[in-house]
Design a protein around this ligand. Structure first.
Ligand code: 5GP
Ligand code: MN
Length: 341
């Protein structure tokens, strides 16, 4: 745990004890940890006695809709006026699961301009210095884990009810690939156990998050693996790329490509996997790696992005074909790091 964790939480406590509006924001294309930490914090603050508003830059995947109070989240894309007003009026703005306003896309400029105090709770490396209080720790599995520690420090177990617990559990579960990576510390499992004591049903959470594919989504997965995956055994790498047209032909919904980038890592020997998805005006890039290979470094250098060592993302402003070529170039450049034991 961070050495100055208690002092930081005390500072946050005095901010939220003072009168005024509180908002919680998280990143564009929110994942399970983004929404899970946001809802977890919302429920913790509610039990502490303060109400807050939640705002996301765009929609979260349908497989997370069952999380308690997810309907209360304001979607900036659909309701910009409401989102802007909330951001402008906030006395405290919690930023969870991201550490640079650029990760909020268009909403970032409103966050930047906000005059309220900005509190970061996050586990990504290299946080921007613009936050008033930064609870930033890369040695935790997920932001949800850090929100749990924050709750304990703020007011103990009483601040965690079932609603907070299930939200935080889903954050940890999704960010660790169901406890298979980024969870080498016993503390992650201790916290998971405590959340189970609050009523979380593991099988239920698994089923609701992972076994909710539409038939179209399952067919898209099959198509992507069979027709669109290229394996570069000589570099221990692989990528999958999908055009907008292909997505449309599978009746694509937000979240349908979630997890797809992990699939090639199940091939023996593969150290780096990439997913390129055509969007309006750019190619969304996702990278996943094993061991010490720095996916974030490659992503920053080639794809205007960043992230964690084993999970990174970014954007390419080239065509899909050029993006694939760029990736092949990156594979040559990183050949030694990809092939070392
Ligand atoms: P994903 O591939 O799931 O979109 O992103 C994986 C991780 O990469 C995220 O948790 C986040 O840390 C990081 N990431 C994704 N997109 C971006 C981006 O555009 N810029 C930066 N700096 N990081 C990103
Ligand atoms: Mn996360």
């Amino acid at each position: 745990m961070l050495t100055d964790f208690s002092e930081k939480v005390q500072k946050v406590k005095s901010l939220i004890d003072a009168k005024g509006e509180i908002v919680i924001v998280s990143h564009h294309n929110p994942d399970g940890d983004a929404l899970g930490s946001m809802l977890g914090l919302y429920h913790v603050l509610k039990l502490y006695g303060v109400e807050s508003s939640m705002i996301l830059p765009n929609a979260f995947p349908a497989f997370l809709k069952w999380l308690p109070d997810s309907k209360k989240v304001v979607n900036f894309f659909y309701n910009p006026a409401k989102a802007k007003a909330l951001i402008n009026n906030a006395k405290v703005l919690f930023a969870v699961d991201f550490n640079s306003p650029s990760r909020l896309e268009e909403m970032g400029q409103w966050f930047d301009k906000a005059t309220g105090k900005k509190v970061l709770i996050d586990h990504h490396p290299f946080p921007e210095p613009s936050f008033h209080i930064a609870i930033s720790d890369t040695d935790v599995s997920s932001t949800a884990e850090l929100v749990y520690e924050f709750a304990l420090e703020l007011g103990g177990q009483d601040l965690i009810n079932y609603n907070a617990a299930i939200s935080l559990f889903v954050g940890i579960m999704t960010d660790t690939g169901s406890f298979s990576y980024s969870c080498s510390y016993p503390r992650t499992f201790e916290i998971a156990a405590q959340l189970i004591q609050k009523g979380v049903k593991v099988e239920d959470a698994q089923r609701r998050v992972y076994n909710t594919f539409s038939a179209d989504r399952m067919r898209l997965l099959g198509y992507a693996l069979e027709k669109k995956m290229r394996v570069f055994s000589e570099h221990n790498a692989a990528y999958i790329s999908l055009t907008r047209k292909e997505l449309v032909s599978f009746n694509h919904k937000i979240g349908d490509t979630e997890g797809l980038v992990n699939q090639p890592l199940a091939i023996q020997g593969i150290v780096l996997s990439a997913l390129f998805v055509e969007n309006d005006g750019y190619i969304k890039v996702s990278l996943r790696s094993r061991g010490q290979f720095p996916a974030n470094k490659l992503c920053k250098e080639f794809f205007n992005g960043g992230g964690h060592i084993n999970a990174a993302g970014g954007k390419s402003f080239h065509s899909l074909e050029e993006t694939e070529k760029l990736f092949e170039k990156a594979l040559h450049q990183y050949h030694n790091e990809l092939t070392q034991e």
